[in-house]
Design a protein around this ligand. Structure first.
Ligand SMILES: Cc1cc2nc3c(=O)[nH]c(=O)nc-3n(C[C@H](O)[C@H](O)[C@H](O)COP(=O)(O)OP(=O)(O)OC[C@H]3O[C@@H](n4cnc5c(N)ncnc54)[C@H](O)[C@@H]3O)c2cc1C
Length: 433
């Protein structure tokens, strides 16, 4: 499908103004940040048949980290990263400062301080499967509806958006993976999913600021013999090699500080600094809160008002709970403490909350669970009552979590795939997990 990257879904919507979808082969992973931390045990579901099996969770997370190529702290050796880490360790010794786990392959190649970075995307996961003759990728093609009867889906009605050609795809199993807002949209137009479809929406409120590293931190690097031979020459006022990758750090979720953080430099458009400072000295602080799942927080599809592709258009009803707001105050204060340790605010980027939804971490809209009264999918990602319709994506995540969600939704996808393999009898001929 066309329409490119990050299309705002409900412009002007008050509750979730940042909600967006990507219409492109590869989805949001065409431009994601690749942060793939694991959630804290507090953020995991407690009421699923497999909830208590820590070894199984670990196996699935490890498998998905391997699949997406998570590198636990790829940039620890960088001068910029070490400056930030040292500054924070000095000022806030009680907090653990770590390299952010990133889905990136670092190839030192022939330029030791200018590594080649291969950021992971769908291509990383697909690997050589692209050339499997059993696979057909239809770009520019929209699934309009999944047709079903007797609790079984039988075919999907698709349309080529360029030629208008209608294509019917029959299958034994269907997997809906259209993103956190457009998956419930497809279920909605298809009459699949119960009254919880689109509900229990959560996202991450994001507190954000940019700071300029204080001169004393740069001096620490200038005076540190460990960096001999790595710093630019004296004519460069900034002691950070111009060609090294951006720093990527975080301080993990703990019981005392139950939120996720990113202390880094990011390519988001709202992080663009123009000529306000040398960008090597600018650090972005992004503090992600979690949102309590509430049934009334939801995406609503309007059958009379259609979106650009003729599907019921989404709007949002999504309020923060008292607990979310209380956490929000602590999150904001915590971010200010970190900012103070690093340096002054970049003018124009003083601390603020980003428009809600702009984290692009919407979750829960087709949440899984054991009880159909509070979920859309069974614990193995199947639409309740439909054993041949599976759903994937952040929309399946049932819990309130604060870390970047993609690794976790991959874990649930693996659960679903394992169930599909088991039930279909296709066995290891099809996939080896
Ligand atoms: C700038 C940015 C940074 C991010 N950084 C991170 C990060 O660091 N860590 C993290 O965990 N997550 C991050 N995310 C979120 C992450 O990219 C998503 O969680 C992930 O890509 C979701 O994958 P998905 O396949 O479920 O959905 P999507 O990526 O949304 O893909 C859905 C696909 O379905 C297609 N589609 C929709 N409807 C239909 C239909 N009816 N018929 C046919 N096709 C359809 C769309 O065209 C799209 O290709 C980021 C996202 C962005 C945009």
């Amino acid at each position: 499908m066309c329409k490119g990257h990050l299309h705002t879904l409900a412009p002007g919507n008050k509750d979730l103004p940042g909600a967006s979808a990507t219409y492109a082969v590869g989805g949001m992973a065409t431009h994601w940040t690749c942060a793939t931390p694991r959630p804290h045990p507090d953020e995991m579901p407690k009421d699923l048949p497999y909830s208590d099996d820590e070894a199984e969770w670990d196996r699935r997370y490890s498998f998905c980290e391997k699949l997406i190529g998570t590198n636990q702290s790829p940039f620890d050796d960088l001068v910029g990263q070490q400056i930030v880490k040292h500054a924070l360790n000095e000022a806030i010794p009680e907090r653990e400062i770590k390299g952010l786990p990133l889905a990136v392959h670092v190839d030192q190649g022939k330029y030791p301080h200018y590594p080649h970075l291969h950021w992971s995307g769908c291509d990383t996961i697909m690997g050589s499967s692209w050339s499997d003759p059993r696979l057909t990728l239809r770009s520019d093609t929209h699934v309009r509806k999944i047709v079903h009867d007797d609790k079984k889906a039988s075919y999907a009605v698709c349309e080529n958006l360029v030629t208008g050609e209608k294509i019917l795809v029959r299958a034994k199993y269907f997997v809906v993976a259209c993103g956190a807002i457009l998956s419930p949209q497809l279920l909605h137009v298809s009459g699949l999913g119960n009254e919880n479809n689109g509900r229990y929406l959560t996202d991450h409120p994001v507190a954000f600021t940019q700071v300029v590293l204080a001169e004393k931190h740069l001096d620490w690097a200038r005076q540190n013999s460990a960096f001999d031979g790595r710093l630019p020459d004296d004519s460069d006022p900034i002691p950070i090699p111009a060609d090294e990758p951006d720093p990527q750090l975080y301080t993990p979720y703990t019981n005392q500080h139950p939120w996720h953080t990113q202390i880094h430099r990011e390519a988001f458009q709202y992080g663009t600094i123009g000529d306000r400072a040398d960008q090597r000295t600018v650090i972005h602080l992004r503090w992600y809160g979690k949102q309590d799942p509430q049934r009334d927080n939801r995406v609503i599809f309007d059958n009379k008002k259609l979106d650009m592709w003729g599907m019921p258009s989404p709007s949002f009803q999504c309020k923060l709970s008292g607990g979310d707001q209380e956490r929000g105050e602590k999150i904001f204060a915590d971010m200010l403490k970190f900012a103070e340790a690093l340096g002054p605010y970049l003018p124009g980027s003083e601390p603020h909350w980003r428009p809600y939804g702009q984290a692009l971490h919407a979750c829960g809209t087709t949440r899984l669970g054991s009880d159909p009264a509070t979920s859309v999918l069974d614990p193995y990602c199947r639409v309740h009552g439909y054993n041949n319709v599976f759903v994937g994506g952040n929309n399946v995540i049932p819990t309130s979590n604060s870390v970047n969600p993609t690794l976790t939704s991959m874990v649930y996808a693996v659960l679903g795939v394992e169930k599909l393999i088991e039930e279909s009898g296709w066995g290891t001929k099809t996939a080896k997990l």
